[in-house]
Design a protein around this ligand. Structure first.
Ligand code: UD1
Ligand code: UDP
Length: 352
C-alpha cells in the first residue's frame, strides 16, 4: 500500500513521526510531502533530525503568506504530485493550512483521505484552524479521533462512517522520546534552571499575537509573576514583539529564547512547575506529564484537560493569569485520556 503523508507545520512533524514509523515498520510505502509552511531550521529540520523522520520526498517550499495565497499554492503543487505518485491514501494531520490543502487536492482526484486528529472542535469560527478542521473532516474517508469527545463532535455533524477512536499520536511520541530527551537534552543546565523552579510559556495564536492588547497583557502578566518564566518564542510572536516594541527588561524574571527542538521541549515541560500556553499540543503535553496548565485562550479543543482540573482557560486576562498561576492546586487524580500509546499502530492497521 502506498501512503502519501502531508506535513508542513511544527506540530505535524511531531504528530506524524510515530505514525510514519508504524507505517514503514508494517512494510507500507510512504511518500512524505513537506509543504514548506514552516521552514526555519528550528521550526522544521530540527524535528526531522531529532525524531529520525525520513527526509521528505518533496518539499514544496511554499513558505509564509496570506491564507488564500499559501493554501492555494499548496493545492496546485500537491495536485501535481498526487497525479504523479498515485497513492492509495493521502494522510493529513491536525488543522493547519497544509492539512486542508492536502485534503482538498486529494478529494478532487478521488483519492481517499485519512485525517489524524479528527473531530476536534473549539466552536470558535474566528480561528483559521476551526475551518481547516471542519472542512478536512468532511473530506475524509477515515477519521482517526484522539478522544471520545472528538467522536461525539463528528456524530453531531452527521459524520460516523470511517470514524475510529485510536488515541493521540502526540502521546505515542511523548512515550517514545521522553527517555531520549532525559538522556540527551542539556537545556536545564544550559539555561541554569532547577526542576520545579520555573514556569514554561509559549504564545503563537492570532488571538494573542494579532491583538496588541492581548500580547501586551500576557507579557505584562509574565513579568509580574516574580518567578522565572522560560519563553521559547515562535517567529510569528517574535515579529510582533519587535514591531510593537514591547519592552522586556533583560534583568527581569522573563527569559525569551529561540524556539527549541522537541527533545529540549520535552525536558523543559517535564521539569516545569507549571505551563502557560495557547498551543494545542502543549496543553496535551502538560497533561501527559501531569503538569498544571494555564491556557491563554478563552476556549480549547482539549476539553478533557479542563474537565479533569489540570488545565484552566484564562484567555489574555492579566489578573486572571497571575491569580491562576498563584492559586492552582494539582488535582488528586490523573486519568489516561489520550489512549495507551498505540494510536500510531492502530492507524497503520486501519489504513491497511
Ligand atoms: C501555523 C498553523 C497553526 C499552528 C502553528 C504551529 C495555520 C493557519 N496555522 O500557525 O494552526 O498552531 O502553525 O506552530 O496553518 N514564520 C517564520 N518561520 C517559519 C514559520 C513561520 O518566520 O519557519 C513566521 C512568518 O512570519 C509567518 C508567521 O510566522 O508569516 C506565521 O506562520 P504560519 O505558518 O502562517 O502560521 P503559524 O502562526 O505558524
Ligand atoms: N514545540 C517545540 N519547541 C518549541 C515549541 C513547541 O518542540 O519551541 C513542540 C511542542 O512540544 C508540541 C508542538 O511543538 O509538541 C506544538 O506545536 P505548536 O505549539 O507550534 O502548535 P499547536 O500545537 O498549537 O498547533
Amino acid at each position: 500500500m502506498k501512503i502519501l503523508t502531508i506535513v508542513g507545520a511544527r506540530p505535524q512533524f511531531i504528530k506524524s513521526a510515530p505514525v510514519s514509523k508504524a507505517l514503514r515498520d508494517a512494510g507500507h510505502e510512504e511518500f512524505l510531502l513537506h509543504t514548506g509552511q514552516h521552514y526555519d531550521h528550528r521550526m522544521s529540520q530540527i524535528f526531522f533530525e531529532e525524531m529520525g523522520i525520513s527526509k521528505p520526498n518533496a518539499n514544496l517550499g511554499v513558505g509564509s503568506g496570506l491564507h488564500g495565497q499559501q493554501t492555494g499554492q499548496m493545492l496546485i503543487q500537491i495536485e501535481e504530485i498526487l497525479l504523479t505518485e498515485k497513492p492509495d491514501w493521502v494522510l493529513v494531520y491536525g488543522d493547519t493550512n497544509s492539512t486542508i490543502a492536502g485534503a482538498l487536492a486529494a478529494i478532487k482526484l478521488h483519492i481517499p483521505v485519512a485525517h489524524v486528529e479528527a473531530g476536534l472542535r473549539s466552536f470558535n469560527r474566528e480561528m483559521p484552524e476551526e475551518h481547516n478542521r471542519v472542512l478536512t473532516d468532511h473530506c475524509a474517508d477515515l477519521l482517526f479521533c484522539p478522544t471520545q469527545t472528538a467522536v461525539d463532535n463528528l456524530a453531531h455533524e452527521g459524520v460516523s462512517q470511517g470514524v475510529h477512536l485510536v488515541g493521540d499520536t502526540m502521546y505515542d511520541a511523548v512515550l517514545q522520546f521522553s527517555k531520549i530527551a532525559q538522556q540527551q537534552s542539556t537545556i536545564l543546565q544550559n539555561l541554569e534552571l532547577m526542576p520545579q523552579e520555573y514556569l514554561l510559556a509559549t504564545v503563537h495564536r492570532p488571538y494573542n499575537t494579532d491583538v496588541p492588547e492581548n500580547l501586551a497583557n500576557i507579557i505584562s502578566a509574565f513579568l509580574e509573576l516574580g518567578e522565572p518564566v522560560v519563553f521559547p518564542v515562535h517567529p510569528r510572536t517574535r515579529k510582533v514583539i519587535e514591531a510593537l516594541d514591547i519592552d522586556i527588561p533583560a534583568d527581569k524574571n522573563l527569559r525569551l529564547i529561540e524556539p527549541v527542538g522537541y527533545l529540549d521541549m520535552l525536558m523543559l515541560e517535564q521539569n516545569a512547575r507549571m505551563m502557560m500556553t495557547d498551543s494545542g499540543g502543549m496543553q496535551k503535553e502538560a497533561y501527559f506529564f501531569a503538569i498544571p496548565c494555564i491556557t491563554l485562550r478563552p476556549e480549547t479543543e482539549w476539553v478533557e484537560t479542563v474537565e479533569t482540573g489540570w488545565n484552566r482557560l484564562v484567555g489574555a486576562d492579566k489578573q486572571q493569569i497571575i491569580k491562576d498561576v498563584q492559586d492552582f492546586m494539582k488535582p488528586q487524580t490523573h486519568l489516561p485520556l489520550y489512549g495507551n500509546g498505540t494510536a500510531s499502530e492502530l492507524i497503520a492497521d486501519k489504513l491497511a
